[in-house]
Ligand binder design. Structure first.
Ligand code: NAP
Length: 262
């Protein structure tokens, strides 16, 4: 039997990709597609499905096994409140959360399954595993720098994925990103300190998403890089993980949990 999936912010770039992936996945069925109340798509049919764009979230969620959300932090917070009210598991792909948003997700995860995924690509999540391995082996001796590039429309920086890469490296090294991260060096008249993790951000054109981490030793440099070729990798990962999430117990999950369960 297929899993009934609702898509929040279905009008967005990622929302549209998720709709396409659902249409390609025989284990998935679209149960609802949400847009804002005054959106031009409201009431129109979703291409390839017998569903119309709707703004009545609670009604749509009540008839769904899981919801996928790629929107903005405040919109995700509002969605998660509705998902708790209807007991609908939620995969949240939005990035740029502040503590208040994350706290809302943590509270919700006591009542429903919540998968927080700043990056839903299977390849990026494999990269996180490789980074932890590299950090354990050489991280204490290496100068670590994280460079990321995204399209000019992206509003948060560094990307959620870049921050997550930093966190995974710090976890492997037994430290915390807040203590090691350096987000800018302008005006700093001092050399690089041992243990710093530097972040560099590029925003240009329509770059989908690139992340590179370098571990620079005295005599060699190791570089681990992931490059998204198109948005399908995020949408495909989100749909397959959402299908898994639909049958999990309440709790806070990550893409790592989903991959480990395969
Ligand atoms: N996890 C991942 O792998 C991954 C991959 C790519 C992107 N992302 C993240 O996903 C998010 C969306 O990215 P995108 O490229 O799809 O952006 P986008 O094209 O700008 O779409 C944003 C969507 O959010 C909706 N929205 C904005 N404010 C809202 C509100 N207050 N209430 C309800 N809906 C609201 C927009 O609706 P309107 O059409 O009405 O404006 C639109 O549907 C971003 O945080 C991005 O960083 C994550």
């Amino acid at each position: 039997m297929s899993v009934k999936i609702a898509v929040n912010a279905a009008s967005g770039r990622m929302g549209q990709q998720v709709l396409r992936q659902i249409s390609r996945n025989p284990k998935a069925e679209l149960s609802a597609a949400f847009c804002r109340p005054k959106h031009r798509l409201l009431g129109r049919p979703v291409a390839n499905f017998n569903v119309i764009y709707s703004a009545n979230r609670q009604l749509g969620l009540a008839d769904s096994d899981v919801v996928i959300d790629f929107s903005l932090p405040d919109a995700s917070k509002a969605l998660i409140a509705d998902a708790v009210a209807t007991q609908t598991p939620a995969l949240i792909g939005t990035t740029g959360f502040q503590e208040q948003h994350l706290e809302a997700m943590r509270q919700a995860s006591k009542k429903i399954p919540v998968l927080l995924a700043p990056n839903t690509s299977i390849g990026v999540n494999l990269t996180l595993t490789l980074l932890a391995q590299a950090a354990k082996a050489i991280g204490a001796k290496a100068d670590i720098e994280i460079i990321e590039a995204h399209h000019k429309h992206k509003v948060d920086a560094p990307s959620g994925t870049a921050l997550r890469m930093g966190s995974e490296i710090c976890k492997a090294l037994g430290t915390e990103l807040d203590k090691q991260a350096v987000y800018q060096r302008v005006g700093r008249a001092e050399p690089r300190q041992q243990g710093e993790i530097g972040f560099s951000v590029i925003r240009a054109g329509e770059i989908i998403g690139e992340h590179e981490v370098i571990f620079a030793l005295d005599n060699e440099v190791i570089s681990i890089k992931h490059k998204a070729q198109n948005r399908d990798c995020f949408a495909e990962g989100a749909v397959t993980a959402a299908i898994w999430l639909a049958s999990q117990k309440p709790g806070l999950y990550s893409m790592q949990d989903f991959i480990a369960a395969q």
